[in-house]
Design a binder for this molecule. Structure first.
Ligand SMILES: NC(=O)c1ccc[n+]([C@@H]2O[C@H](COP(=O)([O-])OP(=O)(O)OC[C@H]3O[C@@H](n4cnc5c(N)ncnc54)[C@H](OP(=O)(O)O)[C@@H]3O)[C@@H](O)[C@H]2O)c1
Length: 241
């Protein structure tokens, strides 16, 4: 049976995508927080038809590859679509970064994608992968003080999209969305002064998770069948600055 893999499905935009896409698809929902992931599954249409994949994307290299390979084999499934929402962001000036933190941000935001693609493009997945949507960020293209490592990890996603669009065509499409300020648990923890600045910087104010999910749904649909290799701002106009 064919499935859509959604990482970061326990929270924010990934959870909103899971609930929306469950109306039309069978899903593999991934995150580290299994309790929260199960809570999201219960909000989906036909909860029993969706599979949970419990995996810590911050764990060492190779963990994700073996965990996903095992899951696909054990459940006898194929992944046809892949939407990557998993991400971590901590605002810190570059002088305060430890390499442990750098590793965590790059493992969750970028290297996890490589490991997942290595599984989904191999025989294990039977050549079934048709469509990939990666969640990057506006800050990958615009400077933002305190966000250097996070921005670099998202910039790596953009580069991946340009090259893989050519390498994987015509069988598989790949695109990235670059959200601006979206109100989710990730942003809710920021201090109020910073949140005010983010809002004032966005001509259309804060976006909602569903504002991004609308574009994920579009990119996974036949309506976008001639679009690949794009990095699209979904940012309420914030990138105009
Ligand atoms: N919110 C914004 O304004 C904004 C703007 C631009 C881009 N983005 C990007 O949009 C994506 C979704 O963000 P969000 O705002 O919806 O944030 P969120 O609510 O904090 O969700 C982040 C998701 O990533 C997962 N994740 C984090 N660390 C993980 C790990 N070690 N292993 C596996 N999964 C892990 C979380 O799962 P657990 O519950 O298991 O930790 C959670 O499901 C992220 O890639 C983020 O960088 C957000």
């Amino acid at each position: 049976m064919n499935y859509t893999l959604i990482t970061g499905a326990s929270s924010g935009m990934g959870a909103a995508a899971a609930i929306r896409l469950s109306q039309t698809r069978r899903l593999v929902l991934a995150s580290e927080n299994i309790v929260q992931l199960e809570a999201v599954r219960q909000q989906c249409v036909n909860p029993e038809s969706h599979i949970l994949w419990h995996c810590d994307f911050a764990a060492g290299r190779g963990t994700i590859f073996s965990s996903l390979t095992d899951l696909i084999g054990a459940k006898d499934i194929k992944i046809e679509e892949y939407a990557h929402f998993a991400g971590v962001s901590i605002l810190l000036p570059v002088k305060n970064f430890t390499m442990t933190y750098v590793d965590k941000v790059f493992n969750v935001n970028f290297f996890s994608i490589i490991e997942i693609l290595r599984v989904l493009l191999k025989k294990t997945n039977g050549g079934m992968l048709k469509n990939i949507v990666l969640i990057s960020a506006l800050v990958s293209e615009r400077g933002n003080i305190g966000n250097s490592i996070y921005a670099a990890s998202k910039g790596a996603i953009n580069s991946l999209v340009y090259t893989l669009a050519r390498e994987l065509a015509p069988k598989t499409r790949i695109n990235a969305l670059l959200p601006g300020a979206i109100m989710t648990p990730m942003t809710a923890n920021l201090d109020s002064e910073y949140l005010k600045e983010m809002e004032e910087d966005s001509p259309l104010g804060f976006g909602t998770p569903d504002d991004v999910v609308d574009y994920v749904e579009f990119l996974l649909s036949e309506k976008s069948k001639w679009i690949t290799g794009q990095t699209l701002f979904v940012d309420g106009g914030r990138s105009t600055k």
